[in-house]
Ligand binder design. Structure first.
Ligand SMILES: [Fe+2]
Length: 372
């Protein structure tokens, strides 16, 4: 029987009792195909996904807007990140006080953050259903305030940062020099800061990320006035990253590319999870996980972070993960063999340098990151 001791867990099971699907797994092959059912609270087809070890930490759900349809304005008491899995549309966000609307269009692979206590109306502008992934820290908030109704269309909470925001609030996120401290450590020296990212597949301003291997690069994404954050990682074809591990609640969504991840608890069974655009995977707490690119172009993943309290890894003085990576010379030989076999099935060859398997200090040269 599933454990249900957090307020949010109980609330989720109430929604499931009302007919909204509640999936419990660490992987979804394609969020665009997930079976949904009507959810009264938001007036649309929905499914919740309680990814493994995310209970009590982060909430994920998929919502659909039918072709030409719209969702009535809704006010949520916590910041919420929305990633567009399919379709294109229009958002209108406004506060109770100013009533001034901030309107913007979004498309496939856009991401945006609706600030807490702002009203948000969403419209489908395409001729097929829109699918959205919603992600927030509501479980943690409901641990502090154990009344779920406090967070939904609360008429007693009227202030939102959108009331004081300028018209640029949902303009494209900017890459800026990182000029602030963060418990997330040094994921690059530049960050991508804002409330709106138009297309995660198109972004090419990335920072080389040496310690995770594969010649990959990454950019951290920060949201002004919020503790929500994420990062996007890109790594070249024919290569795979080092295995590593950390705390729970990190949700990985694939904007583009083809590959697989292997995940396992220390000393436990290793399982393989294939991914492509629309797949979602979440490494359970302290499970090792390792990502492999089987495509002909760079693969990329969008990692939605839990609250920073759940980072769950030791760091050295420079902010890099300490002893959480498994270096290539120390991995089990079948990991390399399986990767090369899977590439061969596709007529491809490995681009992993031999020296990476013998030299513990091997450093990859930065590689092209174009994925389109
Ligand atoms: Fe990770």
């Amino acid at each position: 029987m599933a454990r249900s001791y957090f307020t949010h867990d109980v609330w989720l099971e109430d929604q499931a009792d009302k007919g909204v699907p509640l999936y419990k797994d660490c992987y979804v092959d394609d969020l665009r195909d997930l079976k949904l059912a009507h959810w009264d609270l938001r007036g649309c087809d929905t499914a919740f996904i309680q990814f493994t070890d995310m209970n009590g930490v982060t909430e994920a759900r998929v919502q659909e807007i039918p072709a030409g349809g719209s969702l009535k304005p809704f006010k949520l008491g916590v910041d919420e990140l929305i990633y567009v899995l399919q379709g294109r549309g229009f958002a209108s966000v406004y506060g109770d006080i100013s009533k001034a609307h901030r309107d913007f269009e979004w498309g496939e692979r856009s991401a945006f953050v609706v600030p807490r206590n702002a009203w948000c109306e969403l419209r489908n502008m395409s001729d097929k259903p829109v699918r959205l992934l919603h992600f927030n820290y509501l479980p943690l908030a409901m641990t502090v305030i154990t009344d779920p109704n406090f967070f939904f269309n609360n008429e007693h909470v009227n202030g939102s940062m959108i009331d004081d925001a300028d018209q640029e609030f949902f303009s494209e996120a900017k890459d800026v020099e990182k000029d602030f401290g963060s418990a997330w450590g040094k994921v690059g020296t530049k960050v991508w800061k804002g409330n709106f990212w138009p297309d995660l597949l198109a972004w090419d301003k990335l920072v080389s990320l040496g310690d995770r291997g594969a010649g990959g690069s990454s950019i951290a994404m920060y949201v002004p006035g919020s503790e929500m954050s994420a990062h996007m990682s890109v790594f070249p074809p024919g290569r795979y990253k080092k295995a590593h591990r950390h705390g729970p609640g990190r949700l990985i969504v694939i904007p583009g590319g083809e590959g697989y991840s292997i995940m396992w608890p220390e000393g436990g069974e290793k399982k393989i999870y294939p991914w492509h655009a629309g797949s979602a995977i979440t490494p359970p707490d302290q499970y090792f996980h390792q990502h492999f690119n089987l495509g002909t172009k760079a693969a990329r993943y969008f990692a939605l972070h839990p609250p920073v309290q759940f980072i769950g890894k030791d760091e050295d003085e420079s902010g890099n993960a300490k002893e959480s990576n498994i270096n290539y010379p120390n991995e089990e030989p079948w990991i390399r063999e399986y990767f090369e076999e899977e590439l061969a099935k596709r007529g491809l060859k490995t681009d992993m340098p031999e020296a990476a398997y013998t030299d513990l200090d091997y450093v990859f040269k930065p590689a092209p990151t174009a994925s389109q």
